[in-house]
Design a protein around this ligand. Structure first.
Ligand code: MG
Length: 291
C-alpha cells in the first residue's frame, strides 16, 4: 500500500502520511455544501454522458464540462492539478479509453463504436469538492465490456452500502474486492478512493481491496469518494510517457466509476446524484441511479 496513489490522481502521499492525518467529520452546514457540490458535478457528468456517441471527441466533452462548471460558478478540480514533481494536469476531465485506467488526456480523435470510455471529473463549489466518474459504452460494445462496466458499478454500490457508522474502511474495501473477484477481474491497486471535503483528497485512503473489520472506524459526517477501478485482465498498470495516462499492463480494458458520498446516522447518502436521480431514488427506482 505504501506506493498506492489516491483518487485516481498520482500523489506522493504515502499510507503512513495518510495514517497520521485526521479524518475530517463534516458539520451539518458543511454537508449542505457538499450536497450542492455533489449535485452540481453530477449534472455535469450526466450532460457529458448524454453526449457520448461515436464521432464526438474527448476535447469536445472536455470543453462542455468546462463550460458547465464555469457557468455554474464552480472551479474544475483537475485542471492544473499538480502533485509534487508532476506537470499540471491539462484538462477538466480525465477521459480514459479502453485500456486506459485513469488520467487519460482529451484529444481530437472521434470516439469509435465498440470502445468504452471512463470519464472522471471533480469541481469545487462554495468551498467543497464533488468527485465522480463513470464508464460508458460507445455505441455497441461486446458483452464482455458490458459486464465489466456493470460489475464495476455494482462494486461501487456494494462499497457505498458499507459506509455506515461503526463499520470500518476495510469493510468497504472487502465488499468491492469480493464482488470483483467473483468475475476474475484485476482490481487496480495503485490508485484508491479517498476522503473528500474542502479539498479533493483527504484521509482516509480507501483501497478497492482489503480485509473486513480493519482500518479506520466510519463515523457520521465523514465524506468519501468511493471509486472501484477494475481491469478485464491483470491488476497491474503502467504510466505513459505523458507522465499522466495510466494504462493496464496487458492492454486489456479497464472500467472506473465513482460517487462522492456522506455517511449519515441513517447510512450512506450519495451526493453525486442529479436532481432527477434523487427523485428517481425517492420513488424507489434505484436501478437508474448506478453510475
Ligand atoms: Mg476521486
Amino acid at each position: 500500500m505504501s506506493n498506492s496513489r489516491i483518487g485516481g490522481f498520482l500523489s506522493k502521499v504515502s499510507q503512513t502520511f495518510f495514517g497520521k492525518r485526521m479524518i475530517i467529520a463534516k458539520s451539518r452546514k458543511d454537508l449542505d455544501r457538499m450536497r450542492e457540490a455533489g449535485e452540481l458535478i453530477a449534472e455535469v457528468r450526466e450532460a457529458v454522458r448524454a453526449m457520448i456517441a461515436p464521432g464526438i471527441t474527448t476535447l469536445e466533452l472536455n470543453a462542455a464540462a468546462h463550460k458547465m462548471m464555469n457557468e455554474a460558478g464552480a472551479k474544475p478540480a483537475f485542471l492544473g492539478y499538480k502533485p509534487s514533481g508532476m506537470t499540471p494536469f491539462p484538462f477538466v476531465i480525465c477521459a480514459s479509453l479502453n485500456e486506459q485506467v485513469v488520467h487519460g488526456f482529451s484529444t481530437d480523435q472521434p470516439l469509435q463504436n465498440g470502445d468504452i470510455i471512463s470519464v472522471d471529473m471533480a469541481a469545487s463549489y462554495n468551498g467543497f469538492v464533488g468527485d465522480t466518474a463513470m464508464t460508458v459504452a460507445i455505441g455497441d460494445v461486446s458483452e464482455e465490456a458490458k459486464q465489466l462496466i456493470r460489475v464495476t458499478e455494482e462494486c461501487l454500490m456494494l462499497g457505498i452500502e458499507q459506509c455506515q457508522p461503526n463499520k470500518r474502511v476495510g469493510d468497504v474495501s472487502w465488499a468491492i474486492q469480493q464482488h470483483a473477484e467473483k468475475f476474475g477481474y484485476g482490481i487496480v491497486r495503485d490508485y484508491t478512493g479517498h476522503g473528500i471535503g474542502r479539498t479533493m483528497h483527504e484521509a482516509p485512503q480507501i483501497a478497492n481491496y482489503g480485509r473486513a473489520g480493519t482500518k479506520d472506524k466510519i463515523r457520521a459526517g465523514y465524506c468519501f469518494a468511493i471509486e472501484p477501478m477494475l481491469n478485464m485482465g491483470t491488476h497491474e498498470t503502467k504510466t505513459l510517457e505523458d507522465k499522466w495516462t495510466v494504462i493496464t499492463k496487458d492492454g486489456k480494458p479497464s472500467a472506473h466509476c465513482e460517487h462522492t458520498i456522506a455517511v449519515t446516522a441513517e447510512g450512506p447518502e450519495i451526493l453525486t446524484l442529479t436532481k432527477a436521480q434523487k427523485v428517481q431514488l425517492s420513488q424507489g427506482k434505484a436501478e437508474t441511479v448506478g453510475v
